[in-house]
Design a binder for this molecule. Structure first.
Ligand code: AMP
Length: 213
């Protein structure tokens, strides 16, 4: 399946993407993960993205489209993909349409996770990430089995991301309202949009059912 996951930071896009990859072998493509890996590796791309990311601002459309044009043509995308965190602006959505037309591909659905602001702030301020492997924890609902040690890779670098401080979160939510929320109408007009008010597995699968068969 080829799906866009739309929704503010902390809505649960990554969790739903992982769930859907298990369903039919589609790959999760998170532009945030790609950018964080580039920052960690100190590449040219990482250097260009770092300042905007730590402040909770978007990186440029040109940078993102450069990444996605390459990524969508890789072999593992042939079974489908779940776009997590892309597109995030109208110009990105328009550029994606042109790219998909060129590739002869069509999206199956755009799933919007419409989650209340207070839930999101609560989730993000308590979220922690393994700096080594990217595994996500939550100090309240999903702490690591051994405090401070990643269950997956054993690293003891479980950190709060720079862009998950209260100030950066509040900026990210504002950026979402201004630049990404308009995508909801954009995709409503294409007939692809399905909106759910919960990131619970059953709710999502029921809502997506008619689109993914
Ligand atoms: P995420 O993990 O999806 O919340 O992304 C983390 C950060 O990476 C965002 O706050 C942006 O700075 C940047 N980013 C990720 N995806 C995009 C995108 N599609 N367009 C612009 N910036 C992005």
């Amino acid at each position: 399946m080829k799906i866009i996951l739309l929704g503010p930071p902390g809505a649960g896009k990554g969790t739903i993407a992982k769930l859907l990859t298990e369903y039919d072998g589609s790959v999760q493509i998170s532009t945030g993960d790609i950018l964080r890996a580039a920052v960690a590796a100190g590449t040219e791309l990482g250097k260009q993205a770092e300042a905007a990311m730590s402040a909770g601002n978007l990186v440029t459309d040109e940078l993102i489209m450069g990444i996605m044009e390459q990524r969508l043509q890789e072999g593992d995308c042939k079974n489908g993909y779940l776009l997590d965190g892309f597109p995030r602006t109208i110009p990105q959505a328009e550029a994606l349409q042109v790219l998909l037309e060129k590739m002869g591909e069509k999206l199956d659905a755009v799933l919007e996770l419409d989650i209340a602001r207070d839930i999101i702030i609560g989730r993000l301020t308590t979220r922690r990430t393994c700096a080594q492997c990217g595994e996500i924890y939550n100090v309240i609902s999903k702490p690591p089995k051994v405090e401070g040690v990643c269950d997956v890779c054993g690293s003891n670098e479980i950190v709060q991301r720079d862009d998950e401080t209260e100030e950066a979160i509040s900026n990210r939510l504002e950026v979402y309202q201004d630049q990404t929320a308009p995508l909801s109408d954009f995709y409503k007009n294409t007939g692809l949009l399905t909106s759910v008010m919960s990131s619970d597995k059953e709710t999502v699968m029921t809502a997506l059912g008619p689109k993914i068969g």
